[in-house]
Design a protein around this ligand. Sequence first.
Ligand code: IDP
Ligand code: MG
Length: 140
Amino acid sequence: MAVTRTFSIIKPDATRRNLTGAITKMLEEAGLRVVASKRIQMTQEQAEGFYAVHKERPFFNDLVSFMISGPVVVQVLEGEDAVKANRDVMGATNPADAAEGTIRKTFAESIEANSAHGSDSEENAAIEIAYFFKPEEIVG
Ligand code: IDP
Ligand code: MG
């Protein structure tokens, strides 16, 4: 399995509770390396664009409001099969369904305020990384 990259967000429910370090530690312990990281306040336009695939879903407006309700930490993660490694340590979307030891089981408040985002494919990882980072901001 090759070393690849994925895109992660530590969501506002987690930054509000000062969990940036705790979540990053879990990512690192899962074999992922933070090769880019910045704390930002997303604009409504940025959040709508980022989640455009969900714009027909009933939770879209609430999701956008949540994602701009406080700062987030956007990260590029690198490691063996990074997309899968990140999805595995993140856990299921709904914390009620997430496995023990995952980020969402440990920290998520709800299906919406679920502490972390992780790309779902290498193709989407590349798109999401480019949405927030310039190539020179990523140092592996
Ligand atoms: P994922 O983050 O596990 O990939 P997606 O289905 O891509 O899950 O949904 C994106 C985000 O939208 C979720 O992480 C969560 O914050 C929110 N979300 C998903 N499903 C629901 C729902 O049924 N109600 C409210 N928010 C939801
Ligand atoms: Mg998703």
